[in-house]
Design a protein around this ligand. Structure first.
Ligand code: GLY
Length: 400
């Protein structure tokens, strides 16, 4: 069935796709969001750490700039939803378990400080004063006050409702491919323009612009631009949700990120008395929960906070993050094989470990592109950077 033509069709209603759709709707555009199961992918699992500093990895400087910018945007982005958006400005405490963890954390802290990031040294005594349930046997700690958190499920629900109330359309359908302009009547070719989305049900959503934001499923779309390679792979994660009994509240006030014998683990306390413990990183292709992964999370979380053993285990989830070769998203327009850029198409996928954190900056970047205000600032994330056949003046600039 032919749907009403819109200004923008967004494929994928995870937190990134919805954040883009909501932002574009607020800019006055008519927007349709297409997803058979909104927020059932990586968004469903995500802990929602807004942690550019404590999640910094060596040699990811471009990504650091993007994550820092997005962290700055979070307060404004979440404001329309109030407490229902689940945004909290609680800090993050980074802790090490043994001497090797302490040494690794000291190296990380030095690298963070070299980038001018806000990191505060705290003694173990101070750390335990802040968080009395921390183990007395930790080896080191520091604080990243600007690393906050959001509850992705709460925010997604609030934003989806606001999107619908604001006149946005949500189609619970699977996008099958991109629709391209037919050749001009006078025989010329206008096939460098995407004009809509083909639905698996046979329908079409005609749109002035199409945003591809369906994470792991994006490389499977039919009709992606010629020569475009979207190298996205599933990086599975197991994650737990636990309830804190009344007698142990408040359990934690800050997010605790730890390294336990070199293995990362985090505990994110929610306002509703639950704690999220995550997350493994597996490339074993197993979509279901890994028994070893759950064991590892509970074991390591208890090394940091022994009272984890007394919590009620409410939920065990496994989902796949959309990973890319350089851990950075694929964001922007695509070079056309014949020169110039493909009109009517923006890619916003491959957000790997940072989908929630990067939602506001992705939404802002897409808005700027559609408004014609792109200043090339985020060119390092061009979606065609892994497509050698598309190297042209745009992609070469991006890698200069
Ligand atoms: N950003 C946290 C994770 O991917 O586990």
């Amino acid at each position: 069935m032919e749907q009403e033509p819109v200004d923008v069709a967004v494929i994928g209603a995870g937190i990134v796709g919805l954040g883009i759709a909501w932002t574009l709707l607020r800019s006055g555009r008519r927007v349709t969001l297409i997803d058979p199961a909104p927020a059932q992918g990586a968004t469903f699992a995500a802990a929602g750490m807004l942690a550019p500093v404590s999640e910094y990895h060596y040699q990811e400087e471009d990504l650091l700039a993007l994550t820092l910018e997005s962290a700055e945007l979070w307060e404004e982005f979440a404001a329309p939803f109030g407490p229902a958006g689940g945004h909290r400005t609680t800090p993050t405490l980074v802790v090490g378990f043994d001497a090797a963890d302490r040494a690794a954390l000291a190296d990380l802290q030095a690298a963070q400080q070299a980038h001018g990031l806000e990191v505060q040294a705290v003694s173990l005594r101070e750390a335990r004063r802040m968080e009395p349930l921390l183990s007395p046997q930790l080896s080191g700690a520091f604080l990243t006050p600007g690393d906050h958190q959001v509850d992705p499920r709460m925010l997604h629900a609030a934003m989806l409702e606001a999107f619908r109330r604001g006149g946005g359309t949500v189609l619970a359908e699977r996008a099958d491919g991109l629709q391209w302009a037919a050749d001009d009547d006078d025989g010329g070719s206008s096939a460098d323009r995407v004009t809509g989305v083909l639905l698996a049900s046979g329908g079409v959503v005609s749109a002035g612009e199409v945003v591809v934001a369906n994470g792991l499923a994006s490389p499977e779309l039919r009709g992606l631009p010629e020569g475009l390679d979207l190298p996205i792979r599933p990086v599975h994660g197991d994650i737990l949700r636990l309830r804190v009994p009344e007698r142990l509240r408040p359990f934690l006030s800050a997010t605790v990120r730890g390294s336990v014998r070199g293995i990362p683990v985090y505990l994110v306390p929610r306002e509703d008395g639950t704690v999220v413990i995550g997350a493994t990183q597996r490339e074993d292709g197993q979509a279901g929960v890994s028994a070893g992964g759950v064991h590892q999370l509970l074991r390591d979380a208890q090394q940091l906070v022994p009272a984890v053993a007394e919590l009620e285990l409410e939920e065990i989830t496994a989902r796949a993050r959309p990973g890319t070769p350089d851990n950075a998203p694929l964001l922007g327009r695509v070079a056309a094989a014949g020169g110039g850029e493909v009109a009517g198409l923006v890619i916003a996928t491959g957000f790997f470990r940072h989908g929630v954190l990067l939602t506001p900056v992705a939404a802002r970047a897409v808005l700027d592109l559609l408004d014609g205000h792109d200043d090339g600032r985020w060119a390092a994330f061009r979606p065609d950077r892994f497509s050698p056949g598309l190297l042209n003046e745009h992609t070469v600039e991006a890698h200069a």
